[in-house]
Design a protein around this ligand. Structure first.
Ligand SMILES: [Zn+2]
Length: 385
């Protein structure tokens, strides 16, 4: 097995406090690391680096773990730029716009949907994302949800069944019938292609009782739950996520003190999606309040054609720092290790011995530049062998 030595790393973010300066980012300066068999084999000061078969000199630049985008909706067809333009002209965002994408997705061929996911995954990779979660949720029939997940599976192990995205038009008069479909034949067809199950718990989508029924059915079928909650207003979703001890609850824009306390007590991760607030011109979640209460925070793009059509984790890091009162260190951790933990993954999101060698070379001397230089393509090299 051949070993690669990456040396002359001006600043190395390991996300392992024991390896670096004792901070959560575990920063080492003037560092090196060795990759063997796709895993990190050694990390330490440049002067102590062992010999290796090949050497990559990164010229004093910063190296960070690859981003872990734990929330995206990449299986879709169509375009909603007109809706975006209308929103920017003053039309408010509502959950129902999803139905436009559902119609386009149902009409698309497997080849068209696959090509779309491939294009977006590649776009993410160029910006440093080396692990991505992909949800279904624009099919909303047994066939279309199953094929959406089968297509997502071609690109990632982290696939999520989101049949409960909205109630489709043909079930508008019978939402209970749709919940029976989601928890019955649709779940049966989806389960073999999915690792997770998710529900959009929001006014206009699914209420807490429906969400509980769906999440419990998923759990019985071997799919642990995640939840979209408290995005458009205060609702019961965060409390439900904590009660069910889900690994993560996503959006968390509108929280009361009980929600914050429950997140802190249960350890359910709050995944914040600032691309949504940016793209819908909405108030941002208050990450500072969560962090100060001891809540674990992750950042993700929510990449989707309606409410957040960005695939850029660096943009989310910059927004989190500028708009959500996170420090650059907290934001980078949330976009790497935080995202990994939100997917219950301990092999990605860090650069410690044994972890997968997913790393980014930045065209910058420090990770701080990710927020300091917003919109600048700083990801110079992406490795995820
Ligand atoms: Zn979402």
């Amino acid at each position: 097995m051949s070993a690669l030595l990456v040396r002359h790393v001006g600043e190395l973010v390991t996300n392992d406090p024991a390896l670096g300066d004792g901070s959560p980012l575990g920063v080492l300066t003037d560092a090196a690391f060795v990759v063997e068999g796709g895993r990190v084999a050694w990390v330490g000061p440049a002067g102590e680096a062992p010999a290796a078969d090949t050497v990559q000199d990164v010229g004093g630049r910063a190296v960070v773990p690859g981003f872990v985008d734990s929330h995206s909706h990449l299986v879709f067809a169509g375009d909603r730029s007109a809706e975006f333009a209308a929103r920017m002209a003053g039309t408010p965002y509502a959950a129902g716009g999803i139905r436009t994408t559902v119609a386009a997705t149902r009409a698309a061929t497997d080849e068209q949907l696959t090509a779309g996911v491939a294009r977006h995954v590649e776009e993410m990779r160029r910006q440093g994302t080396t692990t991505v979660e992909i949800k279904s949720g624009y099919g909303l029939t047994v066939r279309d949800e199953a094929r959406s997940l089968a297509i997502a599976r071609l690109f990632t192990e982290e696939t999520t069944f989101l049949g409960a995205h909205v109630v489709p038009e043909e079930y508008a008069a019978d939402p209970a019938g749709y919940v029976r479909l989601v928890t019955g034949p649709m779940l049966d067809a989806a389960a073999e292609h999915a690792r997770w199950i998710d529900v959009f718990c929001e006014t206009g989508a699914f209420d807490a009782d429906q969400a509980r029924t769906i999440l419990e059915a998923g759990r019985a079928a071997g799919l642990p739950g995640r939840l979209h909650a408290n995005q458009l207003g205060h609702g019961p979703g965060v409390q439900l996520a904590c009660e069910l001890e889900l690994v993560a609850v996503d959006h968390c824009t509108y929280l009361d003190d009980h929600d914050v306390a429950a997140l802190g007590d249960t350890g359910t991760i709050a995944t914040l999606l600032p691309g949504v607030e940016f793209s819908t011109r909405s108030p941002y979640p208050d990450a500072r309040r969560l962090l100060d209460a001891g809540v674990t925070v992750a950042l993700a793009t929510d990449c989707n054609p309606g409410s957040s059509y960005t695939s850029s984790m660096p943009l989310c890091v910059a927004l989190a720092v500028r708009e959500m009162r996170m420090t650059p260190a907290e934001a980078l951790w949330a976009a790497t290790r935080g995202g990994a933990l939100a997917l219950a993954r301990r092999d990605v999101g860090l650069l410690a011995p044994g972890a997968r060698a997913h790393f980014l070379v930045l065209d910058a001397p420090s990770y701080v530049h990710l927020a300091y230089r917003p919109g600048v393509p700083l990801v110079a090299d992406v490795q995820s062998a």
